[in-house]
Design a binder for this molecule. Structure first.
Ligand code: SF4
Length: 365
């Protein structure tokens, strides 16, 4: 599939504001062309160092300057991380993302410990991801050598709105870290948060910044703000589920091959709402009762939801899953002309070849 990299804000806004059913149908079609609609990755987010961060992100209880109830923690030990990763694996997670509340990574014993955590989780046959703040090219390379699979560094919002959310670093700094990660074989995970008082144009602006990266991020988390008392965004209104579905659907359409992660804010969403997000193209969730520091649904509740919806957790390193079956297509479309592209002869072969080429370009996986 040819990926479009020259998206404009106007084009993305037009998609975001389509009649709801049109938007959903288009997003679901793109989703089924590129991904198995019944497979959703379950990831576990571990806060390996909590609180005390010098940055001033307006949504974050981990910023040292805000007075919240958060209890900070020093960097966890490698053994503690291994035990939590094993527990996550046993409950269906195929990816562990380790988050540390740092402005940037500093070389030294703490970073050496993180590298050891990466090696340890890698040996468990799980995808390992880190979110540690800003990185130099050399640090990104060291993480790659340790076996890091993905690095998360969210753009958070549009370039225009960025200064309303964070003043201690700029949008350019974020892009620079993503660029440093791109020079390695580590995949990029970068997304943002809606519900911080931004406009629809800002939401589109964030997607422009992500979708015009070449290559596009392999993973894009879409978060709904979880307002925390004591932070500047404590009084923000909850994000309507319709906005979340529109955002997921638009992300799916403009970044067809990307794993779209339904991230923070799921505790406020009904199962019906989450099901609509999966239909619109979300194919990953975070499991565990905490998302770094904010509440998240219990893993058993999630597994119940998966069972109800007939969803299967994705295996580690399983990038492209099988297309939807021809039988399923036949039940929906009567003639060849009416069939969507994914069910036409030859399409599966073309996709599988693309997947193989992609897999070859990622050493080790
Ligand atoms: S979001 Fe990250 S960088 Fe910003 S204050 Fe929280 S921990 Fe620090």
């Amino acid at each position: 599939m040819t990926i479009k990299h020259d998206w404009t804000k106007e084009e993305i806004l037009e998609i975001y504001n389509k009649p709801f059913m049109e938007l959903l149908y288009e997003a679901a079609t793109v989703h089924r062309q590129q991904h198995d609609p019944n497979t959703v990755q379950v990831s576990t987010l571990l806060s390996i160092k909590t609180g005390g961060c010098p940055e001033d992100c307006g949504y974050c209880p981990q910023a040292a300057r805000y007075h919240t109830d958060l209890e900070g923690n020093d960097l966890m030990s490698v053994n503690q991380v291994k035990a939590q990763a094993l527990r996550a694996k046993a409950t269906g997670s195929s990816r562990v993302c380790m988050g540390a509340a740092w402005r940037n990574v500093k070389d030294g014993s703490e970073f050496d410990n993180v590298l050891e955590m990466v090696r340890t989780i890698n040996k468990l046959d799980m995808e390992v991801c880190c979110t540690l703040g800003m990185l130099t090219e050399n640090q990104a390379q060291r993480l790659a050598e340790a076996g890091l699979y993905a690095y998360n560094h969210n753009l958070d919002t549009s370039e225009d709105y960025y200064k309303e959310v964070i003043s201690t670093r700029g949008f350019e700094d974020r892009l620079q870290t993503i660029n440093n990660v791109r020079k390695t074989n580590v995949t990029v995970c970068s997304g943002g948060i809606i519900g911080m008082g931004e406009s629809e144009a800002d939401r589109a602006g964030m997607l422009v910044a992500l979708a015009t990266l070449n290559p596009q991020p392999e993973s894009v988390p879409i978060n709904a703000l979880v307002p925390v008392e004591g932070t500047p965004m404590a009084e923000e209104k909850p994000v309507p589920i319709w906005d979340m579905i529109r955002m997921v659907a638009t992300t799916r359409i403009v970044m067809p091959e990307t794993q779209v992660r339904l991230s923070a804010g799921r505790t406020q969403m009904s199962r019906e709402g989450q099901a609509m997000c999966f239909f619109a193209g979300a194919n990953s969730i975070f499991a565990g009762d905490k998302l770094l520091t904010t509440p998240n649904p219990d893993v058993n509740e999630d597994m119940e939801m998966f069972k109800m919806l007939g969803l299967n957790p994705q295996k580690a390193f399983e990038k492209k899953s099988q297309p939807v079956s021809v039988a399923a297509d036949k039940s929906q479309f009567n003639s060849q002309d009416e069939k969507p592209k994914w069910s036409r002869p030859g399409h599966k072969i073309e996709r599988n070849l693309q997947a193989q080429e992609k897999a070859k370009s990622k050493p080790g996986f």
